[in-house]
Design a protein around this ligand. Structure first.
Ligand SMILES: Cc1cc2nc3c(=O)[nH]c(=O)nc-3n(C[C@H](O)[C@H](O)[C@H](O)COP(=O)(O)OP(=O)(O)OC[C@H]3O[C@@H](n4cnc5c(N)ncnc54)[C@H](O)[C@@H]3O)c2cc1C
Length: 341
């Protein structure tokens, strides 16, 4: 019988990341599907009782914790030591971990340390004839595969935005604290510096992905380009909606060619085959024609709409649930007006 360890950490304010609640639901479902495999929760962080209480009713047989000031911050050495203690104590065969940036850094090394194996970017869990299987995408999200492994412990890092978050599981958890001597470290964490809200246009947890295409920088009906207005419309919309900003490759590549560009756009925003494939419940593509952003970049977007002047835009037609044949300048001006009121 498999033993499942659900492993996560708190953020700097002592709260569990959103992805925790998504992946925890999937882990307890898998435990059930495996015929009642024991589920243990392992937590790493500063003070952990409140976090454990917030998921007390998830069906875990026990809650293990490595806590203290040294373990409250994201740092490979201390995170790996804490997580190793939790893996060994739980005697887990399957370690299920939400793919936060903090644990995505730590788990591959830890899998090596405990002589296990790891799969990352997992998007589904299954039980097949009493054995666990995972699903992940290959070839830039074009092919999906289901796989199993013999080696244990098997670490499975699960992407955020895949499962709905569980709720209604708060209660009172009995926390077993493991004593772990923090390893000697050279890295002192002196604080966190986040980008300002205006500078930070990539928001993985946003309900909406707004994709801007190269059309925003093209000559419009009056024969002129309208870059300052395009910038202002997009930034205004992002500020009001708190949507995440994606871009087509053509748009971000223009900076390399010395052409006028949207100043806040970088290659980090690019979605598609050679960009990212984010997960948001909704997507809105504007001034965008490309195959890659629509087919690959939108692969995991659940409800998709596009605004394009061209009624024959095959990709917007084929891949969007709704295509508005309209001028995106006019549409976004109106949308911003409505959001303002
Ligand atoms: C190997 C390879 C990998 C690639 N990887 C990627 C990738 O990862 N991501 C990616 O995005 N591309 C990728 N591409 C490029 C891709 O094929 C397209 O060239 C690109 O996506 C086109 O960008 P676009 O739609 O923004 O621009 P365009 O094709 O120039 O389309 C602009 C659109 O804007 C519309 N438009 C103009 N003005 C308005 C207006 N006022 N209102 C409404 N609509 C308007 C036009 O009708 C047009 O449809 C890749 C290409 C290759 C060869």
């Amino acid at each position: 019988m498999e033993r499942i360890l659900f492993l996560t950490h708190t953020d700097s304010s002592g709260v569990l990341p959103k992805a925790t609640l998504e992946v925890l639901g999937a882990a307890s479902e898998l435990a059930r599907d495996l015929g009642g495999a024991p589920l243990v929760v392992g937590l790493v962080g500063g003070e952990l009782q409140a976090a454990a209480d917030s998921i007390a009713g998830c069906g875990a047989e026990s809650f293990l914790a490595v806590s203290g000031d040294e373990f409250s911050v994201s740092r490979y050495a201390t995170d790996a030591a804490a997580a190793e203690a939790l893996v060994r104590k739980s005697e887990a065969t399957l370690v299920i971990v939400p793919a936060t940036s903090r644990f995505s850094r730590t788990m591959p090394g830890l899998a090596q340390r405990v002589d296990g194996r790891i799969d990352t970017h997992v998007t589904a869990l299954h039980a097949e004839a009493g054995a666990p299987q995972v699903e992940r995408w290959y070839y830039r999200q074009r092919m999906v595969a289901r796989l199993s492994r013999e080696v244990r412990p098997w670490f499975v890092l699960i992407d955020s935005g895949v499962f709905p978050a569980i709720d209604g599981v708060a209660g009172s958890a009995s926390l077993e604290k493991l004593a772990v001597e923090p390893p000697a470290t050279r890295t002192q964490v002196v604080g966190e510096q986040a980008a300002t809200a205006e500078a930070q246009t990539i928001r993985p947890d946003a309900p909406l992905l707004f994709v801007a295409g190269a059309g925003w920088t093209k000559r419009q009906a009056d024969g002129q380009t309208h870059l300052p207005e395009a910038e202002q419309l997009i930034l205004d919309f992002l500020g009001k909606s708190q949507a995440s900003l994606g871009s087509s490759k053509s748009l971000v590549d223009q900076s390399g060619e010395g052409e006028a560009v949207l100043s806040f756009m970088s290659h980090m925003n690019q979605v598609g085959q050679t960009g990212s494939t984010p997960r948001h419940p909704k997507g809105l593509a504007t001034c965008c024609h490309g195959e890659e952003p629509h087919v690959v970049g939108w692969r995991f977007i659940k409800e998709r709409r596009a605004v394009n002047l061209d009624p024959g835009c095959g990709w917007a037609q084929g891949k969007a649930d709704v295509l508005y044949v309209a001028d995106a300048f006019q549409v976004m001006r109106k949308v911003n007006e409505l959001l303002r009121s």
